[in-house]
Design a protein. Structure first.
Length: 172
């Protein structure tokens, strides 16, 4: 079975890539999501839950700045320049992962006081919730498409669907 670049990244250099690109950001993002729910239900804008939420939000956003920057220059740009994307499945997997980090960066910017300064706690909480939801959607799209076999759309061991010769087994 062929792998997307997303899955290849996670499976190489074990366990480090899995920890760097999946475990650390997901633990921080899940901590953010869980504390977000706690704050939404309790409206406690103080204490340990609030502090943990703010820390996780700032930390995961800053972390994703590094991850996105690193992957853009070491993977996305070289893969694009070499024309080595493994069908649209591969592009969706990697792109969704990178886009998923953007709402977390926005949360970090908010926590550090760079954006949404005019909003009250309630308004900031709404922005947090929207950003967490966006991260979850893009993150799950990345995971699901990342686990797909790009061969479903014609990729074969370095042969792109448009380059693959027609075979009689496909009825051509």
């Amino acid at each position: 079975m062929n792998m997307t670049h997303y899955m290849q990244l996670l499976s190489e250099n074990q366990p480090w890539n899995l920890m760097i690109f999946m475990a650390i950001p997901i633990v921080l993002a899940e901590t953010l999501a869980i504390t977000e729910l706690y704050i939404l239900f309790t409206r406690k804008f103080h204490g340990f839950g609030w502090s943990l939420n703010r820390f996780a939000g700032a930390a995961v956003g800053i972390y994703f700045i590094g991850v996105i920057g690193y992957l853009l220059f070491t993977a996305v740009i070289p893969i694009t320049q070499a024309g080595e994307w493994r069908t649209v499945i591969d592009v969706v997997a990697v792109g969704s992962y990178l886009i998923g980090g953007l709402p977390l960066i926005w949360i970090a910017l908010q926590e550090m006081g760079f954006v949404n300064k005019q909003l009250d706690q309630e308004g900031k909480l709404k922005i947090h919730a929207i950003c967490v939801a966006l991260f979850l959607v893009f993150g799950h799209v990345a995971m699901i498409s990342g686990m797909l076999d790009p061969g479903l759309l014609g990729y074969q061991d370095g042969i792109h669907a448009v380059d693959a010769p027609m075979s009689s087994s496909h009825g051509h």
